[in-house]
Design a protein around this ligand. Sequence first.
Ligand code: B12
Length: 228
Amino acid sequence: MCRAHHRRVPEGMMDSASRTSSSRQPNYWQSEYIAAALAGDRRRAWQVVSDALDAGLSVASVYKDVLAWAQAEIGDCWADSEISVAQEHMASAVTQSVVARLYAYIESERSRGCVLLGGVEGEEHVLPAQLAADLLELEGWNVAFLGTNIPSEDFLKAIEDERPDVVGLSLTMAPDLPTAVTLIRDIRKRFGDLPIVLGGRAAAELREVAEDLDIEICDDLETFRREV
Ligand code: B12
């Protein structure tokens, strides 16, 4: 369902606790943000975020409840053919520019060890991985962020170079699952029991073999917090 940008709901503007889904009415910041993103208006999009922060929304909430929400909504708009590929790209580019600015607002001790995080070979969705990387930094992890579509051999080399405490793999597309499984097995072979966490939309599809692969599946950062 993709009607978010037509609605404007000032009530509940601070409803940051609600993890909104498309079936629910967007709150004020969500509808303002998605309108700016779909218009390709980077300045306005940042202004919305800046106003939300000034009004007391936390940085984490902006990432999760505004930006991730908007991206999911944009995906639904595209899937329902309500926007073109070009409009989706434009809106996602707006979010990418906002994320780059928002990063400066992350203030944390980074005292919880190093997570090496990246997307597997073939995976082009960098924004989910980027949001996860930034949210983990907000929670005090030191994140070495590789971006995505990393050739598996280079991923292994990065682990060797960075010597992280945890490896995070971001997987949005199910067709990339076999690549992820091969990479996980290679990490096990070379780095023994180094903790591996798989996150992203497609991660849950490996739930049944997670024990066998000796990995944690984290659909969201809350699970990461609990499990790692
Ligand atoms: C933008 C976008 C693109 C852009 C990506 C650009 C970029 N810079 O990232 C481009 C144009 C490249 C793209 C391409 C494609 N896309 Co696309 N895309 C999207 C869209 C609209 C937004 C992605 C995004 O920004 N998500 C941000 C948030 C919403 O992601 P998130 O998964 O919630 O992330 C959170 C958690 O998962 C978690 N997390 C993520 N990684 C990790 C890792 C760890 C370790 C942890 C702990 C947590 C964690 O933390 C994040 C923050 O809370 C999504 C819609 C969507 N719902 O995501 C479609 C979507 C993912 N795409 C889709 C499709 C179909 C495609 C294409 C196949 C289209 C095509 N025909 O070419 C290609 C595939 C490319 C490839 N091989 O990877 C479908 C996938 C459907 C499916 N069944 O899997 C979606 C869902 C759209 C839809 N509604 O149908 N896409």
